[in-house]
Design a protein around this ligand. Structure first.
Ligand SMILES: Cc1cc2nc3c(=O)[nH]c(=O)nc-3n(C[C@H](O)[C@H](O)[C@H](O)COP(=O)(O)OP(=O)(O)OC[C@H]3O[C@@H](n4cnc5c(N)ncnc54)[C@H](O)[C@@H]3O)c2cc1C
Length: 352
């Protein structure tokens, strides 16, 4: 049964999903949205858009959500910017919430900016914290100048205030008691004849070519690689780990990788679950781009290399010996061979 949502108040989060699961980044933003709603003393709602997104509602019960806008239509199965923008902007125009939050994924960033533009509202991107100032105005904190300082920003426009939130700084906090989520069923009006684009097929990307900013596992190569002819063995490792390949500025200067794959102050900032640095010394200009990584592992021939101080796991050894050994181990693992990874450290010859 549909429920009546209070108008002119409320914190909303757009929740992205795939393969029958709400994405973790969206759940992290949901947690932040709940806290913000609590602070503002307002209702908390989540927007789920898709072919049949109501099946995902149960996943929200652990996150203290009051209402879920379930927007369903067969044409919403895949993300199409213009249609999703209309859906979210129309909902916002109808209910006029106080705040709408999105995650910082490419989809979240695309949708947030389009919705802000459609509603003619201001947007603050990549927020890491929200608070209410002495004048009672909502403010957002976000890193600027490559993370060297944080800026506190407020919206000068009328609500809804639109923001993207960096999930990397958030934690999943479930409520102790699951709470029934009220459903607000929305049947959008989609004029199929007006649609300018329609997805025909989705092809899973080769993990090696995935943007290093989006990848869960990133291998970084540095000058220690020694030459382009050694890339084969790195690509094999990338295949085995499902990793995307990036590297230092020297790797770019030597044309081993394109500049779009440079990590660091004049390259990209990455936040993978695992960053594996191969033959990279760990200059400040490089490590500034990897500090949001969950786990950093480094292989370096020099035990004094600064990267080893930044790493959770350090292997002192020649990458030309360690990487082939690692590849052999991973192949054995994937074949389910008798030799199981023991978790014991391997030395530079790849011996247990
Ligand atoms: C304004 C400015 C902006 C910059 N921006 C960036 C940036 O965005 N990103 C970036 O990366 N750099 C940047 N740099 C360059 C940066 O200062 C370093 O020069 C660069 O990061 C070093 O790259 P590297 O680690 O690949 O090479 P090196 O510092 O030469 O390190 C190579 C490492 O490989 C190890 N090694 C050698 N052989 C092997 C082997 N066989 N097995 C294992 N390890 C081995 C060595 O012990 C060494 O630690 C910038 C510099 C400036 C001035």
């Amino acid at each position: 049964m549909s429920h009546v949502v209070n108008k002119n108040i409320g914190v909303w989060v757009f929740a992205d999903h795939s393969d029958g699961e709400i994405k973790e980044n969206s759940l992290l933003v949901v947690c932040e949205g709940r806290k913000l709603a609590h602070r503002l003393g307002e209702e908390f709602s989540v927007i789920l858009v898709g072919r049949d997104p109501k099946v995902l509602m149960q996943q929200l019960e652990l996150y203290g959500v009051d209402n879920t806008f379930v927007v369903e239509d067969e044409f919403l199965e895949n993300y199409i910017s213009e249609i999703y923008t209309d859906v979210v902007a129309n909902l916002a125009t109808r209910y006029m919430p106080s705040v709408i939050l999105f995650d910082t994924s490419s989809k979240g960033a695309d949708l947030a900016s389009r919705v802000a533009s459609k509603l003619d509202k201001g947007i603050v991107t990549n927020c890491i914290e929200f608070s209410v100032n002495k004048e009672g105005k909502l403010t957002a904190r976000k890193p600027i100048h490559n993370g060297k300082v944080d800026a506190t920003i407020t919206w000068l426009c009328e609500k809804p205030f639109i923001a993207t939130v960096n999930p990397e700084v958030l934690e999943l906090e479930r409520v102790k008691e699951p709470k029934k989520v009220r459903k607000v069923l929305v049947k959008p009006k989609i004029d199929k004849d007006e649609m300018r684009i329609r997805p025909i097929d989705y092809i899973k990307a080769d993990p090696r070519s995935v943007d290093i900013v989006e990848a869960d596992v990133v291998i970084g190569i540095g000058k220690g690689l020694g030459g382009k002819e050694h890339l084969d063995v790195i690509e094999k490792l990338a295949d085995l780990l499902g990793a995307s390949i990036g590297g230092s500025r020297i790797a770019v200067d030597k044309e081993w990788i394109p500049s779009s794959r440079q990590i660091g102050s004049s390259g990209k900032t990455i936040s993978p679950k695992l960053y594996l640095a191969l033959g990279i010394s760990g200059s400040h200009q490089h490590t500034v781009g990897i500090r949001d990584s969950k786990l950093v592992a480094a292989i370096n021939i020099d035990g004094q290399a600064p990267i080893l101080k930044n790493a959770d796991i350090g292997i002192v050894g020649d990458l030309h010996e360690v990487v082939p050994a690692l590849n052999r181990k991973l192949v054995e693992e994937s074949r389910g061979g008798q030799k199981k990874m023991s978790g014991k450290p391997i030395d530079s010859k790849g011996r247990d």
